[in-house]
Design a protein around this ligand. Structure first.
Ligand code: HEM
Length: 579
């Protein structure tokens, strides 16, 4: 991992924070191992089941299908019977975005579902590619015979024993509904909700296996009198119960389920390449932006650190952001290195994501905002964490590369931008909320281009992938026009333009074309805008740098802490003892 990596960051945020960049939480819908209000159905069970059904149309012979979001177009089929699917799709609909496909969200749902109910952490990758039409059929149904099932799983890429494991892992929680399968679960007027669970626990555990083996199982797909429908019995017994016996150990069950469910969520069409496994970033830089707030040029960023749940946060800890000028005498810290303390600390709940909770960690965010002299500007930044307890100061510098501000020619100005919900609709496209009210979201965006650049074109590429009913993504390019009355603000000229969107997660890239070069600022989060909470910038300090290109050993520089930092930059050390 090297910053910037917006796709990795988005996937990492979804997995370990369970939420969108604007704070809307996916994890909170399922965690802790929740039941749905009303139907009392197991939400995690619905989420795991949909991942299987979406994947089940994979054809290993021709490399088509797999986890690709096609399930959204396949719900009218008998093989996708169940009211849980519609509810799950509406749980998921606001979460796909430019970096996280709908299929990635479905896969993530399976990971969150298993971990929130006490199961293992299934390794997660992103990069699945969505389709916008139904695929072929291929989901097993209980009335089919064992040969049909074995062949269906073979086509999905799973052997007989893997089929048994997949079903035994899938049917760990949740159950069969009377409304969906009255042949299996007879009507019972005494119950307002009539779901027959696969076993006696709501957790993700091997009780479904042990109760099957000891004969106490209540799983209707095993014990129903309707012998046509007892598909779990046929599947489980298809190798003489040998695989089921192997799953009688809880540890083996967890290991085998991790492996087979990981393969399930990673089943994609040939030609689709998944990302590396998304592991937790111990120090994550987010929300880095050069912008104008209250007529000042400021640089903002946030450093997310982890803390063990059973450990205390060191109250004496100080976290500094350090940065270099882009221009002038101190260009790239040749003269001075600037630094400032964090202005705000936000400690997250350990319940943010069941995955991070399971890792025994929670997050603390150190937020920075510093004034930037527009002539000097900023070229790169990094962080230093001092526990003030005699231990080494830790430097977070992007593995020695620093966090590089790749350009300052074009910047985005959230606080001078806004989003309006226009109801009624004279607008061409509208979005219908849960109360059947129609809206169009009208965004007015303000960007700024350095004075003197004279761009031939300033424009925004806007993309939204999050729609009710899983409509096609929205893509639009709009030109921004110079606000000639605003003059020059902090060495920048302002440009504005309007985007109309009906989705939930607009993301934009702002571009300025100059002399054959396109400068771009990527904005993955456009929710706060003119509602951004304003914080006064910190007062920065600066300290003479030794010069990052020089290793001169004058006697004075050893006493200057920043030289250690500079050395860290040169040699890529992440931690150095300050002299
Ligand atoms: C031979 C293969 C399979 C058959 C015939 C089958 C059949 C069924 C049936 C009939 C239900 C009840 C659905 C309802 O009442 O709405 C169900 C539920 C479920 N299935 Fe399967 N299934 C199979 C394999 C799998 C696999 C491989 C997984 C996941 C790895 C899985 C996960 C689930 C889950 C989690 C539920 C509970 C859903 C809920 O409570 O809402 N199933 N299955």
């Amino acid at each position: 991992y090297r910053w910037p990596s917006p796709q990795y960051d988005a996937l990492e945020g979804y997995l370990y924070e369970g939420r969108r960049a604007d704070g809307t939480s996916l994890a909170a819908l399922v965690h802790p191992c929740r039941k749905r209000t009303g139907t009392l159905a197991s939400i995690p069970a619905e989420w795991l089941r949909i991942a299987f059904h979406d994947m089940a149309t994979h054809n290993v012979d021709d490399g088509t299908g797999g986890l690709d979001g096609s399930i959204a177009y396949e719900l009218d089929r008998g093989e996708n019977f169940g009211s849980g699917f519609n509810q799950t799709l509406s749980d998921f609909e606001t979460f796909p975005n430019k970096y996280v496909s709908r299929a990635d969200v479905i896969a993530l749902g399976a990971v969150l579902a298993v971990s929130t109910c006490g199961g293992p952490i299934i390794p997660y990758r992103g990069g699945r590619v969505d389709v916008y039409t139904a695929g072929p059929t291929g989901v097993p149904e209980p009335q089919q015979d064992i040969n049909t099932h074995t062949e269906m799983f073979r086509k999905q890429g799973f052997s007989q024993s893997e089929m048994i494991k997949l079903v035994a892992c899938g049917h760990s929680f949740g159950g069969v509904r009377n409304t969906d399968f009255p042949q299996l679960v007879p009507a019972d007027p005494s119950k307002s909700v009539n779901i027959k669970n696969f076993d006696t626990t709501d957790n993700f555990d091997n009780v479904v296996v042990t109760q099957y083996l000891d004969g106490s199982t209540q799983n209707v797909l095993v014990v129903s009198d309707n012998k046509t429908m007892v598909s779990d019995l046929r599947v489980f017994a298809s190798d003489g119960n040998s695989t089921m016996h192997s799953l009688a150990s809880a540890d083996t069950y967890n290991t085998e389920c991790t492996s087979v469910l990981e393969r399930m969520i990673n089943t994609v069409a040939h030609g689709v390449t998944l990302t590396d496994e998304i592991t937790l970033l111990p120090a994550k830089v987010t929300l880095a932006q050069l912008t104008i707030e209250q007529s000042k040029l400021v640089f903002k960023s946030s450093l997310r650190l982890t803390n063990p749940i059973n450990g205390t946060i060191n109250k004496n800890r100080t976290v500094r952001m350090l940065w270099c000028d882009r221009n002038g005498d101190s260009q790239d810290c040749k003269g001075n290195t600037r630094y400032a303390q964090s202005v705000n600390t936000v400690t997250e709940s350990p319940d943010l994501s069941p995955v991070t909770l399971k890792l025994g960690l929670f997050f603390i965010n150190y937020q920075f905002i510093v004034p930037i002299d527009s002539t000097a500007s900023i070229s790169k930044f990094w962080f230093e964490v001092d526990e003030h307890d005699g231990s080494k100061v830790t430097v977070y510098n992007n593995e020695g590369d620093n966090y590089v501000v790749d350009q300052d020619q074009v910047i985005f100005i959230p606080t001078m931008s806004k989003a309006e919900f226009r109801s009624n609709s004279t607008e061409a496209k509208v979005y219908t909320n849960r109360n059947s009210e129609t809206f169009t979201k009208v965004y007015t965006f303000t960007a700024a281009v350095r004075d003197g650049v004279n761009p031939s074109r300033v424009y925004i590429d806007a993309q939204d992938d999050a729609f009710g009913d899983f409509l096609q993504p929205f893509n639009s390019t709009i030109d921004l026009t110079l606000n000639s009355t605003a003059g020059t603000v902090q060495g920048y000229k302002l440009y504005t333009g309007t985007v109309k969107d009906v989705g939930f997660q607009l993301m934009i890239d702002v571009h300025a074309d100059t002399d054959g070069t396109t400068h771009t600022v990527n904005v993955p989060e456009v929710s706060n805008l003119d509602n951004t909470v304003l914080t006064a910038p910190a007062t920065p300090s600066s300290q003479t740098s030794s010069g990052s290109s020089s290793s001169s050993s004058s006697s004075s520089w050893r006493s200057v802490p920043w030289t250690s930092v500079s050395l860290a930059l040169i040699f890529g050390f992440t931690t150095l003892l300050l002299s």
